[in-house]
Ligand binder design. Sequence first.
Ligand code: GAR
Length: 190
Amino acid sequence: MEKYPGKKNTAVFISGRGSNLKSLIKHSKKKNSLIKIVLVISNNPDAEGLKYASNSKIKIYGNKNKSNFENKSLNLLKKYNIDLICLAGFMKILSGNFIKKFSKPILNIHPSLLPKYKGLNTHERAIKNMDRFAGASIHKVTEKLDSGKVILQKKVKILKSDNVRSLEKKVLKIEHEIYPKAVDKFLTNL
Ligand code: GAR
């Protein structure tokens, strides 16, 4: 019998540490979560998160070869019947061709209150602009960077005493809280 009947087969793409991956794996093991993580893919074979996934008995694939990363990944996504991709600290931009060929939803977590601060160095920019709030967003991935429909956002206050490191820490904490919620919210409303 299937261990998690009715759950969506999910692949998580990472590039490094994988703390959001960990929070998604933890969530996926709950009886009432809507995802089953069956594959973790990285464009960095040394990504710390791959070791964690492998220890959690999840299939992993690491490939830093730019020219065949997408095609090899597409083959695996098909092989494992993946219904949903969650990008979690995946620092490579997926091509329009990949998004079209996969043809199922792709979600991403971004460390800013989108549409503010697309791209890199989000916390640095928020502090420099003396914003009162920073935060994180989960959004659908489209061909346009960090621009798809926002599914869930949460903000945190930027204190005068905050620096990039302290803000990153605060935002990361809410990332771990909202990514699992956003995934289930998205799947419920499909
Ligand atoms: C997270 O803060 C995530 O929001 C960010 O990378 C970090 C990955 O941490 N993603 C982006 O900047 C995507 N543009 P993690 O590997 O510990 O989850």
